[in-house]
Design a protein. Structure first.
Lengths: 313, 359
């Protein structure tokens, strides 16, 4: 394999890895920026997305867990990947609405630490619920057969990357663009941005902020759900994936700058590329490199790459 | 000549004065010592009660080890009001340091604790210096990030020292003071019955010292400043306190306790699992502390006891055993939701309600 093919492979792998971070980070970031709420349970939403996607797309044989003991070892609708991609965001959106209503709202006026603690606790509860019902062993979530090989396009066919990874990148790009346009160019986005700056003033103008806020949370959750569906087939699926991905996702937000969609995107790309390049070169340092980058960015620019001074909590 | 003698007398008196108990201290410490002395007996050997509790000696020791960790964590969370998600760095870091020290330098338990604690304190100084530049959630995320970095460091680039995924297995603990093998039982009849092994005596003695130290810090003007910072950072700044420095100091003190506990953890287990650096270890100490009660000296110890009891004993029950982690998670969420001051705070509230006091 010639050098430039190898380099492009690494870059594309990096972009794909970054795309998953971006999907999670954009949601976390807009929630943190507008609602000022720290959601340590964002990984749990990713987990819900992955399992929901798996059960809608395929039929699975459970090998452990309560459901298997009760005789529901064979589960899943087997509808295929496209329906999963359409249904899961709605499911997780609804989960997000419920969470905003029953968790975020009661904890709005409590200290940051309480918000972190309660969502951290919920993340554990969700993880353990999944472990209890679906077992702790990894479930097979294969990439769809129509997206396994390299795409049959003149140049890309030489690059040993499955089409699924391209889909992940494209889906992420489209969704992030939609959210960006929504926040920057619609009346809804205007209210949300105004509420970020000065919620009291916006409410004095007779605009109820609770509704835009709950929708922002739902959108953030739905993005995590999509991340779960598209990221699921790339890694083993087990109950700890949610909390494992939470830390890099949070770092993406923080190095990009809280509340900034462009920042989260930049952070995700930076993370994904660093990771892929290090894996290809000094693989044992790959994970350490991510955290080192995050540390350096935060020490040099504490508000994040594209963050504004003073807006972040 | 006589002047010199007088000053050296004065210095001696001053030195003795440092060790002299103040206020309630003697009473609290005596009570704690009695509880620590009875605990292993009641927990693992007392007829009827221990049969009901199903406790065992080694778990009693482990509870004290984690108790020290949680106590130190509470100094930071409960008093200064900083939530760190990276204390695994000090716990696991000290464990590795003590383990490596035992292999290459000396297996003396006391020196191992010193080595591990020194490492943890230096690490806490460095990481605190970096993480405390941002407050609130950034602090939580930064500490988390640094601890994860250490985890990945020891998992592969430093695997030649740490043993990577397999953990560190080369721990060689020697006898305490060169005489007492830690795993052997105490010689005299009532002592053996009460305390069990030398290991427990060693851990309990250090735990008692740690509790005394914690009590002393919290009841000193220094500890008062921590509380002032938690209550209102700005006002503390206005009265001329250097908030940043006090925060860093409380982070280091908390790292010190985590270091002591981490070193004892190696001596107890003679093995350092890689997971002792993973952020779930930080999460565990968070849960213990909050469950037991933040902002109290003894709450975290109780929290550690409950957590480890559920993890090690309840998990063996046929009925609810498999769900132990889920149960702990639910209890944790309910605690934050309804009793943010934990079990200890709840007990105090009930006591105040009954006695009508506002102590």
């Amino acid at each position: 394999m010639s050098f430039h093919i190898e380099a492009i492979t690494v870059l594309l792998n990096g972009l794909q890895q970054g795309a998953i971070y971006i999907l999670l980070a954009v949601g976390l970031s807009i929630i943190l920026g507008t609602l000022k709420f720290v959601n340590f349970a964002h990984g749990a939403l990713y987990l819900i997305g992955t399992y929901a996607g798996l059960l809608i797309a395929l039929e699975v044989n459970l090998t452990s867990g309560l459901l298997q003991e009760w005789g529901y070892g064979q589960l899943g609708l087997g509808l295929g990947y496209i329906p999963a991609l359409i249904i899961v965001p709605f499911v997780v959106f609804v989960v997000g609405l419920a969470m905003e209503r029953w968790v975020v709202e009661p904890f709005k006026d409590r200290p940051d630490t309480d918000q972190i603690l309660v969502t951290f606790g919920l993340a554990i509860v969700v993880q353990e619920v999944f472990r209890t019902f679906f077992g702790s062993s990894s479930l097979p979530f294969s990439q769809p057969s129509w997206a396994e090989g390299a795409p049959q396009v003149p140049f890309l066919a030489q690059i040993p990357i499955s089409s699924w990874r391209y889909y992940v990148i494209v889906i992420t790009a489209v969704l992030v663009a939609i959210v960006y346009l929504l926040v920057e160019y619609t009346d809804f986005g205007l209210i949300v941005r105004a509420g970020t700056r000065d919620p009291e003033m916006v409410e004095l103008l007779g605009i109820r902020l609770s509704r835009p806020y709950i929708i922002v949370f739902g959108i953030g959750a739905a993005l995590a759900g999509v991340a779960g569906v598209v990221g699921g087939p790339l890694n083993p699926v087990n109950p700890t994936i949610g909390n494992d991905i939470l830390v890099p996702a949070f770092l993406t937000v923080v190095i990009g700058g809280v509340g900034s969609i462009a920042g989260a995107t930049l952070g995700g790309v930076l993370f994904g590329l660093t990771y892929a390049i290090l894996v290809a070169t000094f693989s044992s340092w790959a994970q350490v490199g991510l955290y080192a980058i995050a540390a350096v960015v935060l020490l040099v620019r504490p508000q994040g790459l594209l963050g504004e001074e003073g807006v972040a909590p | 000549m006589s002047d010199e003698a007088a000053t050296s007398d004065g210095a001696l008196a001053q030195l003795a004065g440092i060790w002299k108990p103040r206020g309630n201290e003697a009473r609290v410490m005596a009570g704690t010592a009695i509880v620590l002395a009875l605990f292993p007996f009641v927990f693992s050997r007392m007829p009827v009660v221990s049969g009901f509790l199903q406790g065992y000696q080694s778990l009693a020791t482990l509870i004290l080890v984690w108790g020290i960790f949680a106590l130190g964590f509470d100094l930071l969370l409960g008093y200064t009001g900083l939530l760190s998600f990276g204390h695994a760095a000090f716990w696991g870091g000290a464990a590795y340091a003590a383990g490596v020290f035992s292999q290459y330098v000396s297996g003396s338990p006391i020196l191992m604790v010193l080595a591990g604690t020194t490492f943890a304190v230096l690490l806490a100084w460095f990481l605190g210096f970096l993480s405390l530049r941002r407050g609130g959630i950034y602090f939580a995320i930064l500490t988390l990030a640094f601890a994860q970095m250490l985890f990945y460091m020891s998992s592969s680039p430093l695997a030649f020292i740490t043993g990577g995924e397999n953990g560190f297995t080369g721990v060689e603990t020697a006898e305490l003071f060169g005489i007492f093998a830690l795993e052997s039982e105490l010689p005299l009849f009532p002592l053996e019955m009460l305390l069990g092994t030398w290991l427990y005596v060693f851990v309990a003695a250090i735990a008692l010292l740690c509790i005394a130290l914690g009590y002393r810090i919290l009841n000193s003007p220094y500890g008062m400043v921590f509380r002032a910072i938690r209550e209102n950072e700005q006002r503390a700044e206005f009265v001329g306190l250097n908030v940043w420095r006090y925060r860093l100091m409380s982070f280091i003190i908390s790292g010190f306790f985590a270091g002591v506990a981490g070193s004892l953890f190696v001596i107890h287990g003679t093995y350092v699992p890689l997971s002792s650096l993973y952020w779930t270890a930080s999460g565990e100490v968070v849960i213990m502390t909050v469950l037991g009660g933040t902002g109290s000296l003894f709450g975290p110890l109780i929290g550690a006891g409950i957590y480890l009891y559920v993890e090690n004993i309840v998990s063996g029950f046929d009925t609810i055993g498999p769900f132990w982690h889920l149960i702990l998670g639910v209890v944790f969420v309910v605690t934050i939701w309804v009793f943010p001051r934990g079990i200890w705070g709840f007990v105090r509230d009930v006591r105040d309600r009954v006695t009508g006091g506002d102590d």
